[in-house]
Design a protein around this ligand. Structure first.
Ligand code: ZN
Ligand code: ZN
Length: 173
């Protein structure tokens, strides 16, 4: 009885308590470091500016354990690679639209890729195949519809109809 009471009194000063306390501090530190590292890793995937990444990591470190929660409330909703992918997709769609958006080089009227002549200002846009009368692209050496060779030099540079790039042409128009 006496011995047990004595053991209870000295428990918190004993080596066992010291080890348990040190272990608890050690695991808290490891967990804290892990949360800081997680914030750093997550911020790098979402934020481009290195200073903002540093600020986010600092917030993840201080206050401990609460900082990462605050970071999660304010972090950008998307990953950078998703943003880039979406921008590329939009760019590709715009390019596709621009390719369809053919215009007469003289009057800027809408024309179809199959038009030989601009219906508005009667400018010749393309040469017709001598055999099947299909509209020929200026760089074609042979008609793809009937395999008739295209005589060289029938289309001059002025006749070449370029698709307008919407982004670049907006400023110069
Ligand atoms: Zn025209
Ligand atoms: Zn042809």
């Amino acid at each position: 009885m006496f011995l047990a009471a004595a053991a209870d009194d000295t428990f918190f000063e004993s080596d066992t308590w010291g080890v348990v306390r040190n272990l608890a501090i050690f695991f808290a530190l490891v967990f804290w470091a892990a949360t800081v590292y997680w914030v750093y890793k997550d911020a790098r995937r979402r934020i481009e500016d290195p200073w903002l990444i540093a600020m986010a990591t600092l917030l993840g470190a201080v206050p401990p354990f609460v900082g990462p929660l605050i970071y999660m409330l304010f972090r950008p909703p998307e990953y950078l690679e998703d943003v880039r992918e979406r921008e590329l997709e939009i760019l590709a769609i715009e390019e596709q639209l621009a390719e369809r958006d053919l215009r007469c080089p003289v009057c800027r009227g809408d024309v179809d890729p199959s038009y030989l002549v601009c219906p508005v200002c009667t400018t010749r846009l393309k040469q017709a195949c001598a055999e099947c009368a299909a509209p020929l692209e200026p760089i074609w050496q042979v008609c793809p519809y009937c395999a008739t060779p295209v005589p060289p030099g029938i289309v001059t540079g002025e006749d070449v109809l370029q698709p307008l790039r919407r982004r670049r042409s907006r400023g110069s128009d």
